[in-house]
Ligand binder design. Structure first.
Ligand code: TXA
Ligand code: MG
Length: 357
C-alpha cells in the first residue's frame, strides 16, 4: 500500500467486489492494518473516489463512511439502483431513504417550502449528523420517499462522504440515497468490515465498499421533522434537543409512540438495531453473559465485558461494535447499564431500548 495525495486506498476483489480503504490521516492503526482476505491492494485516492462516483452513476451501489454510521449508497434519481438498496437490505419499500447532498446549496432541488427554522438548523449543523425531513420537490420521487410527500436530506461531515458527494455531483448526479448499510432491523455498521459482514452475500461484483475507518459518532443522525410550524425530533442523535433549543429558542418536541397516532418515520416503530443476542436493560448477568456499561461500573463476576467507554460520546461510538462482539462471541444475552444525561446518551438509550424490544 502507499499514499497518493495523502489518501490511502486498498482494493479487495476476493468476492469480486471492492473494498477501497481510504485515509485522510497517516499511520493510523486501521490504515496500515493488513486485511488477509484482500486479494488486491492498490493505491489511489481522489481517483478511486471518482471511480466510485461513476459506479454510482452507472447504477451500482457504493457503501461509504459517514461520521454516524456507514451508508449503502445509490443514485437517488435512479429507480433501479434505489430498488436494489431495498433488495440488498431486505427492507420494505415504504420505508423512506435519506438523500445525501454535498452542500446546503443543493437543498432547493430536493425540497421546497423550507421553514426559516430549518434553514437555521442547516446553517448551524451541516455538514454534520443531522437529517431534515422537508416537503419534497420534483427530484424526490416516490421510490426514494416511500411514497410520502416529504423527503429526508442530510449533508454529512465525513471527508470521504463529502468528496464522494462532490464528485458524484460534478459528474452530473444530484444526490445519493443511503440508508445504514446493514440488513433491515439489524445493527448499523460503523466500519467497512462490518458492512462486508452484513452485505457481502447480497452485493454484486460492480458494487463497492469505501473504507474510511471507524465512524466517529457511532449512532445514526438526529432526524428532525420540519414539515410543520414547529420542528419535532423523530430520532435522537448527536445533535441534541438542547443544542436545537439553544439555537432556535424553543422547546423542541420529541416524537414518541404516545404523542402521535401517525407513523412519522416508519422504521422507528419496530424492533431495530438488534443483535442476535437478547438485550436486557435491567437485571444482573450470569457467568458467560455479555455486559455493556460505562467503565465506572465494574464487570459483574463471570460476565463478558463487551465495551468499557469512559464518556457518553465513547459509549455512542463503540456501542454497535459491542453489540456485534456479543454475536461474534455467540453470547445469547447482553445486560446493559444505560448512560444518563441529556447529551448523546439520549440517542444511545433510544437505540438500546429498540435493540431490547
Ligand atoms: O446517520 C444516518 O442517518 C445514516 C447515514 C448513512 O446517513 N442513515 C440512516 O438511514 O440511518 P436509515 O434509512 O437506516 O434510517 C433512516 C430512518 C428510517 O427509519 C426511515 O424510515 C426514516 O429515517 N426516514 C427517512 N426519511 C424519512 C422521511 N421523509 N420521513 C420520515 N422518516 C424518514
Ligand atoms: Mg438504519
Amino acid at each position: 500500500m502507499g499514499t497518493v495525495e495523502g489518501i490511502r486506498v486498498s482494493v479487495a476483489s476476493r468476492w469480486a467486489k471492492l473494498i477501497i480503504k481510504v485515509s485522510v490521516k497517516s499511520k493510523t492503526s486501521w490504515q496500515v492494518r493488513q486485511l488477509t482476505d484482500m486479494a488486491l491492494i492498490t493505491n489511489c485516492t481522489s481517483q478511486r473516489i471518482k471511480e466510485a462516483a461513476s459506479y454510482l452513476l452507472a447504477g451500482n451501489l457504493v457503501a461509504f463512511p459517514t461520521e454516524t454510521v456507514y451508508g449503502l449508497g445509490a443514485d437517488a434519481c435512479n429507480l433501479s439502483a434505489v430498488s436494489r438498496i431495498y433488495k440488498v437490505k431486505g427492507r420494505p419499500t415504504n420505508h423512506p431513504l435519506i438523500v445525501h447532498l454535498s452542500s446546503i446549496d443543493n437543498l432547493d432541488k430536493w425540497t421546497k417550502d423550507i421553514p426559516t427554522y430549518a434553514v437555521k438548523l442547516a446553517r448551524e449543523f451541516w455538514p454534520g449528523p443531522m437529517t431534515l425531513v422537508l416537503p419534497k420537490a420534483k427530484l424526490a420521487e416516490d421510490f426514494v420517499t416511500g411514497g410520502q410527500n416529504n423527503v429526508g436530506v442530510r449533508v454529512p461531515s465525513h471527508t470521504v462522504a463529502l468528496l464522494l458527494l462532490k464528485e458524484f455531483e460534478a459528474q452530473g448526479g444530484h444526490g445519493i440515497a443511503a440508508p445504514s448499510a446493514n440488513r433491515f432491523g439489524k445493527v448499523s455498521p460503523t466500519c467497512a468490515d462490518d458492512v462486508k459482514a452484513e452485505l457481502s452475500d447480497y452485493l454484486k461484483s460492480d458494487d463497492l465498499i469505501l473504507d474510511g475507518g471507524p465512524s466517529f459518532v457511532g449512532v445514526e443522525s438526529t432526524i428532525i421533522d420540519c414539515t410543520n410550524a414547529t420542528p419535532m425530533i423523530l430520532r435522537p442523535g448527536a445533535i441534541t434537543a438542547t443544542m436545537i433549543n439553544d439555537l432556535l429558542g424553543i422547546q423542541i418536541e420529541i416524537f414518541s409512540k404516545n404523542n402521535s397516532d401517525q407513523i412519522r418515520a416508519p422504521g422507528l416503530l419496530e424492533s431495530h438495531y438488534s443483535p442476535k443476542a437478547k438485550v436486557y436493560l435491567s437485571g444482573t448477568p450470569s457467568a458467560g453473559d455479555g455486559f455493556i456499561a460505562l467503565s465506572k461500573f465494574p464487570t459483574p463476576s463471570g460476565a463478558v465485558r463487551l465495551i468499557s467507554p469512559t464518556t457518553n460520546e465513547e459509549y455512542a461510538r463503540t456501542l454497535y461494535q459491542g453489540l456485534r462482539l456479543a454475536d461474534s462471541k455467540k453470547l445469547s444475552k447482553v445486560f446493559v447499564i444505560e448512560p444518563a444525561g441529556n447529551d448523546i446518551a439520549v440517542a444511545v438509550c433510544d437505540r438500546l431500548q429498540k435493540a431490547a424490544e
